[in-house]
Design a protein around this ligand. Structure first.
Ligand code: PRX
Length: 658
C-alpha cells in the first residue's frame, strides 16, 4: 500500500474544511456540468457514441461497442479515422492554423513556438519520409527521445501512417530499450544525438548503438535509426552506414504536403511498456478510435478546456502514459495551446516551472504529487516570487496525493481560487477514469472522488461483494470503457491473467489498487496492492529490480520492497544476500550495486537503500515475507513472524540495518 499519507478520516475544521466546493464563478461557466452524470447514466453507450462523434470520422461507426469477445473489446465498430488528422488537419481546416499548438522550452533556455499549421507541416514531412523508408501500416516504431518538438512530430507521424509507436523513456537504459525493441520487433528507431541534463549535453544515441548491438547480437528487426540533431556535441558520434540517418537531411528535405489514410477504429495506435507484478515489462496496447474519444473527452471536461484562452501544461515526460495522453493526444485533439518543457524542475534553478507559468500565462497545470512535495520542501518563497495569477485549474496524477500536499497546492500555487482535479487512471486505462469535475465536485483533499461520467467502478472484497464505507477493498472497473487497453503485446494469456482472472466470473477489470469509499461516498485510492512500487509516480516492479540485482556477479539473492518516502511516495529498499566468497566491501559495494541497477533499468529504479543480509525471511513454502521486510525498512515493530522458517533471521537483519 502506498503510504503517502491517505487518511480520508480526518475531521473538518474551519481552517481545513472537509470538502472544497468549486469557486462560484468557475462553476457558473464550467464546461462540464452535473447533467453529464445523468446523461451518461441514462444511456452509457449513447453517451460514448456522442463523445466519439465529436471527433472527425472519415467513415462513421455502426456499433458503439462489441463486447462479445470479452475481454477483447471493439469500440466504434466499422468507423474509420486518422488520429493525427484529428489532432492537426481538423484544426487547420477550421481556420485555427495560426493558433500556437506548442510553446516549447528547451532545457538550456532555447525556445520554439509551433502553430497548428507548422506542426502539420512538420508531421507531414516526417510521414512522407518514414513512408519512403518502406514502413507500412502496422509496422512498429520505437521512439527514444528527450522532450524535443520532434518527439511529438515523430509520434504524430507514426499515428498518421498507422505505425504503432513504442515510446521508450529516454532515461531508460540500453538494456531496457533493447528488450522493448525486440518485443515489439520495431523496424525503425527514432532518437537524438544527445540530450541536455542540467545545462550540459549528454549522449543518447550511444545508448541506441549499445542497445541495437552489432553482428550476431544485432537487433534483428531494426532497419533504420533516424537521428535528430539536438546537442551536436560529439564530433566522434558513432554512425552505422546504411542504418543511421540524420533527421534534418531526410525528413527535413521531404515535402510538407501529405494526404492521410483513415484507419479502422481498432487499428493499433501505440504500445507502451509498463511494469507488472512479475516478469518483464508488458507492452500495453492501445487502439485508435476509443482511445482518442476518451482522451479528447476527459481533456475537455476535466480540464474545463477553453481552446481560445487556455494555456495548458502537463509536466509529464512523453515516455509515460501521462505524456502520451495529456501532452500529445488530449491537448492536440482539442486544439489546445500547451507548454512542452524539456528539462527538470530545478534546471537551472528551482524557479523554472514558475517562470514558465508566469511567462506563458499558463492556466492549467497538471503534475504528480511527488513534484508538489518537492516544491513544498523547497519552500513557498519560490512560487511566491512569481505572478501565478494566470492559473485557474490544477491537476494531480500518478499516485495518491496526501491531504497536506493537496492543501499546499491549492493555497500556495492556486491562491485558494483554483479547483484541483486529482485524477486516477493507469497506463492500461489509457485515459482518466476517476476524478472530480472541476466546476461540479466538492473535492476532498486526497480523494479522486468518483468515476467520471460514462465510467463505472466498484470497490469489492475477495468474494466480489461491495465493501461497506470505510472498509478497504479492491478497485475494479465493472464496465468496459473506450480507452481500455486492448491487450498485452504478443501475450493474450498474460492479458487475461493479469487483469481479468481475479474477478473472471463477474467479467471485471482488476486494477491492482486498493481503495475505499468514505461515509459521503467519496472514493479514496490507497495505492497498489501487488508487488508494483510507485516511486515519484513511476511504476517499477519489485521483481524487475530484484532480477537486476541478482544479475550482478556478487549477489546470490535479493528481495526488494517499496518503503514509505516523504517526497517520492515510496522509495526502493533492497535486501541482498552475497554469493559465498564475495567480500562485503561496505559502501563501495552498495554504490556498485546501485549503479548496476541504474544501468540495467534506469536511474529511477536505483534503490534508495541496499542492505546486505545473511538470510532473507521466508515462509515454510519458500516465499519471501516482504511484509516483514517492509516493517524493517519503515522502522516498525515486526508483524506476525509465526509462519517463518527461522524467526531469528530478523535479529540478523536488524543488526545489519543498524
Ligand atoms: O496505483 C495507481 C497510481 O498509479 C498507478 C498507475 O500507474 P501508471 O500506469 O504508471 O500510470 C500513472 C499515470 C496515470 C495506479 O494503479 N495512481 C495513478 N493516479 C493516481 C494513483 N493513485 C492514487 N491517486 C491517483 N490520482
Amino acid at each position: 500500500m502506498s503510504s503517502a499519507g491517505q487518511s480520508g478520516t480526518e475531521s473538518a475544521t474551519a481552517e481545513h474544511p472537509k470538502a472544497y466546493p468549486p469557486p462560484e464563478e468557475f462553476a457558473a461557466s464550467a464546461v462540464a456540468t452535473a447533467d453529464l452524470y445523468d446523461e451518461a447514466d441514462a444511456d452509457r453507450l449513447a453517451f460514448w457514441a456522442k463523445q466519439a462523434r465529436a471527433l472527425q470520422w472519415d467513415t462513421d461507426f455502426t456499433d458503439t461497442l462489441d463486447w462479445s469477445n470479452a475481454p477483447f473489446a471493439k469500440w466504434f465498430v466499422g468507423g474509420k479515422l486518422n488520429v493525427a488528422a484529428n489532432c492537426l488537419d481538423r484544426h487547420v481546416e477550421a481556420g485555427n492554423g495560426d493558433r500556437v499548438a506548442i510553446h516549447w522550452v528547451g532545457e538550456p533556455g532555447d525556445t520554439r513556438d509551433l502553430t497548428y499549421a507548422q506542426l502539420l507541416a512538420e508531421v507531414s514531412k516526417a510521414a512522407n519520409y518514414i513512408g519512403e523508408l518502406g514502413l507500412t501500416a502496422g509496422d512498429r516504431v520505437a521512439i527514444y527521445m528527450p522532450m524535443v518538438p520532434e518527439a511529438i512530430v515523430a509520434i504524430l507521424a507514426c499515428a498518421r501512417l498507422g505505425l504503432p509507436h513504442s515510446v521508450v523513456f529516454a532515461g531508460f537504459s540500453a538494456a531496457a530499450l533493447r528488450s522493448r525493441v525486440d518485443d515489439a520487433e520495431a523496424k525503425l528507431v527514432i532518437t537524438t544525438d544527445g540530450q541536455f541534463r542540467r545545462g550540459k549535453p549528454a549522449p543518447l544515441k550511444s545508448a541506441v548503438d549499445e542497445a541495437l548491438g552489432t553482428g550476431e547480437d544485432a537487433a534483428k528487426s531494426v532497419e533504420h535509426v533516424l537521428v535528430v540533431k539536438r546537442t551536436d556535441h560529439d564530433p566522434d558520434l558513432n554512425w552505422v552506414q546504411g542504418r543511421d540517418l540524420w533527421w534534418h537531411e531526410t525528413v527535413g528535405q521531404a515535402s510538407d504536403q501529405h494526404s492521410y489514410t483513415a484507419f479502422d477504429a481498432e487499428h493499433p495506435l501505440f504500445l507502451l511498456y509498463t511494469s507488472g507484478t512479475t516478469g518483464k515489462p508488458k507492452g500495453i496496447l492501445h487502439t485508435s478510435g476509443g482511445y482518442l474519444t476518451q482522451i479528447a473527452y476527459t481533456f475537455k471536461n476535466v480540464f474545463d478546456h477553453r481552446p481560445e484562452t487556455d494555456v495548458f501544461w502537463c509536466g509529464a515526460d512523453i515516455g509515460w502514459v501521462t505524456g502520451h495522453s495529456y501532452l500529445v493526444y488530449g491537448p492536440l485533439s482539442n486544439g489546445a495551446t500547451e507548454i512542452v518543457y524539456e528539462g527538470t524542475p530545478n534546471s537551472p534553478n528551482e524557479h523554472r516551472h514558475f517562470e514558465i507559468i508566469e511567462k506563458y500565462k499558463v492556466t492549467t497545470y497538471y503534475v504528480a504529487p511527488t513534484l508538489i512535495r518537492t516544491f513544498m520542501k523547497w519552500g513557498r518563497e519560490i512560487p511566491d516570487a512569481h505572478d501565478l495569477t494566470s492559473l485557474r485549474l490544477l491537476g494531480s496524477v500518478g499516485e495518491p496525493i496526501n491531504p497536506e500536499a493537496w492543501r499546499w497546492y491549492r493555497t500556495v500555487i492556486g491562491a485558494d481560487r483554483c479547483p484541483i482535479v486529482d485524477t486516477w487512471w493507469q497506463t492500461e486505462t489509457g485515459a482518466m477514469m476517476i476524478s472530480p469535475l472541476p466546476g461540479v465536485t466538492h473535492a476532498k483533499p486526497g480523494s479522486a472522488m468518483r468515476p467520471l461520467p460514462g465510467i463505472s467502478a466498484k470497490i469489492v472484497d475477495d468474494d466480489a461483494n461491495p465493501v461497506a464505507p470505510g472498509e478497504q477493498g479492491y478497485l475494479v472497473l465493472d464496465q468496459p470503457w473506450p480507452s481500455m487497453l486492448r491487450g498485452v503485446w504478443g501475450d493474450d494469456d498474460r492479458f487475461r491473467d493479469t487483469y481479468w482472472s481475479r474477478f473472471a466470473a463477474q467479467g471485471w477489470y482488476f486494477a491492482g489498487d486498493g481503495a475505499r469509499y468514505d461515509e459521503d461516498g467519496a472514493l479514496w485510492v490507497l495505492g497498489r496492492i501487488d508487488d508494483v512500487m510507485n516511486v515519484s509516480g513511476h511504476r517499477i516492479s519489485t521483481s524487475e529490480v530484484e532480477s537486476a540485482l541478482v544479475g550482478h556477479s556478487g549477489v546470490a539473492e535479493a528481495a526488494v520492497i517499496g518503503a514509505a518516502d516523504e517526497t517520492t511516495g515510496q522509495g526502493i529498499v533492497a535486501f541482498v544476500i552475497l554469493r559465498s566468497g564475495v567480500e562485503d566491501r561496505g559502501d563501495e559495494l552498495i554504490d556498485e550495486l546501485k549503479a548496476h541497477v541504474s544501468k540495467d533499468i534506469s536511474p529511477i529504479a536505483k534503490p534508495r537503500e541496499i542492505i546486505v543480509v545473511p538470510e532473507l525471511p521466508k515462509t515454510r513454502s519458500g516465499k519471501i515475507m516482504r511484509r516483514l521486510l517492509k516493517d524493517v525498512a519503515e522502522g516498525r515493530e515486526l508483524g506476525d513472524t509465526s509462519t517463518l522458517v527461522d524467526p531469528t533471521v530478523f535479529e540478523n537483519i536488524r543488526r545489519r540495518n543498524g
